[in-house]
Ligand binder design. Structure first.
Ligand code: GDP
Length: 457
């Protein structure tokens, strides 16, 4: 059971390792009492003022000095958790941090679970679930773009949209329920028409938010790029060129990269996930066959495929087989080994956007990067970075459920079905929206979300 908010909790809030400062955070009704037990504020006011940082010493009850510290109390409700919160800023050394935590635990605090401070902020109504989830996304963000999306969500951009939908649907439900209470008074046609219009307007707004999911996902998780092609065309060499460092095996024996290798990186500020695959060719080696199958399966799940061929050789059946697995809308043809010359392309390859490079000398890599940047910009849209975006699969699924329920409501009005049916659909839509913001999220969802957090947040 993660929801257990009576205790006063304590955790080290700063990252492990050596640092100038380390912070111990305490939240709960006994936070101030616990601080007073160990903190000697060197003659300052005995009653500490809220939100003011005090210099002093943290001492064991026998008087032993634990560290020279700064301490602050943030009294409820003006705190991260809306409870009394205390922070002790000591030197960033794990022995000191741990001793402070141990003493606070001896005096009655409990070690906090991952994400428990943020869980309390949510349970105490300071933030909704989307904003709580964004906290972990901000901490984990690996690129400026991902950080921007997460900060927007943390600041409430997504939940404001969801609350707007919720209010719209609640209004619809109130009108429909009024109709149910007075069944002899049929909803006049004009009213029904108006409800249909309001519903389809809301559906359109929800659809627009759903459409922003792809760009939100790419900004948050990075554009996934699969390096694909038959063996020995230079896929690993290209991966290495892009990574700027040797990472995968580069060898003359076809088929050495038998499985997939994945790297996350930033190129010109773009978050990318680069996946190198087993060479795709006809083979009877069972291990290689599996690698080839895994590579082919990956093609469907990525944003962009770099189809690598040896441009100095006439393309063959294995190249054509690789081409057949690709979606032309999401494929860039990379003609590698341009230093060895170039051959005429078979007709089926000529419709793809193509670039000549040499992975060995890195010539043409800049142009390839330009191609990837263009693809990234097209996928995320220039306005996508500024507007409120949907970037989380959980949110998307619930919003989709809500939109579908609303659509069924509209169709039931259209078909003049009894109002009870329509009311049920609207309640279902409200429930799905509540899962996004947390009002109706079951405990197992909360558990899944908050265990992704680090301790101390
Ligand atoms: P993979 O099987 O597709 O991953 O291919 P590798 O990256 O292992 O490369 C196969 C061979 O081609 C290695 O000997 C590389 O050094 C060589 N190679 C890769 N790129 C180039 C290139 O641009 N020019 C030349 N001349 N050789 C290359």
């Amino acid at each position: 059971m993660i929801i257990d908010s009576q205790d006063t909790i304590v955790a080290i809030a700063t990252a492990p390792g050596e640092g100038g400062i380390g912070i111990v955070r305490v939240s709960g009704a006994s936070a101030e009492r616990l601080l007073n037990q160990y903190f000697d504020s060197a003659g300052c006011d005995p009653q500490l003022t809220s939100h003011r940082l005090y210099y002093g010493h943290f001492r064991h009850s026998d008087g032993e000095l634990i560290d020279e510290v700064m301490a602050v109390i943030m009294r409820a409700p003006r705190s991260y958790t809306r409870e009394d919160v205390v922070e002790v800023h000591c030197h960033g050394v794990s022995v000191v941090l741990r001793r402070i935590v141990d003493l606070l635990v001896d005096a009655g605090a409990r070690l906090a679970r991952p994400g428990e401070f943020t869980l309390r902020a949510f349970l105490n109504g300071r933030i909704d679930l989307t904003r709580a989830e964004a906290v972990i996304d901000v901490i984990r963000s690996r690129s400026e773009a991902a950080c921007r999306v997460a900060l927007g969500q943390m600041e409430g951009r997504l939940s404001r949209e969801i609350f707007r939908f919720r209010d719209g649907i609640s209004d619809l439900l109130a009108e429909v329920e009024a109709g149910i209470d007075f069944p002899e008074e049929e909803l006049p046609l004009a009213d029904r028409q108006r409800l249909i219009e309001t519903s389809s307007l809301l559906e359109g707004q929800m659809a627009a938010l759903l459409d922003s999911f792809e760009s939100g996902r790419i900004l948050r998780d990075g554009l996934s790029i699969l390096i694909f092609g038959k063996p020995n065309v230079g896929k690993s060499s290209l991966m290495n060129s892009l990574l700027g460092e040797a990472r995968t095996i580069v060898s003359d024996i076809p088929g050495t990269t038998r499985d997939t290798v994945e790297e996350s990186l930033l190129l010109r500020g773009m978050p990318l996930r680069l996946i190198d695959t087993a060479g795709v060719r006809q083979t009877h080696d069972p291990v290689e066959v599996q690698g080839v199958q895994r590579a082919q399966a990956k093609v469907a799940g990525v944003d962009l495929v770099l189809l690598v061929v040896d441009g100095s050789q006439t393309l063959d059946e294995d190249d054509c087989k690789a081409l057949q697995s690709c979606d032309p809308e999401r494929t860039l043809l990379v003609l590698n080994k341009e230093d060895l010359g170039s051959c005429q392309l078979p007709a089926e390859f000529t419709s793809l956007p193509a670039l000549s490079i040499s992975a060995r000398s890195a010539s043409g890599i800049d142009l390839l990067l330009d191609g990837i940047v263009n693809f990234f910009s097209r996928s995320t849209g220039s306005e996508g970075r500024e507007t409120s975006l949907l970037s989380d699969r959980r949110h998307r699924e619930s919003l989709l459920l809500a939109r579908n329920a609303l659509e069924r409501f509209r169709l039931s009005l259209d078909a003049d079905h009894p109002s009870e049916f329509g009311a049920l659909e609207l309640s279902e839509a409200l429930h799905a929206l509540g899962e996004i913001t947390g009002e109706t999220a079951p405990e197992d969802i909360l558990e899944k979300i908050f265990t992704r957090f680090c301790i101390g947040k």
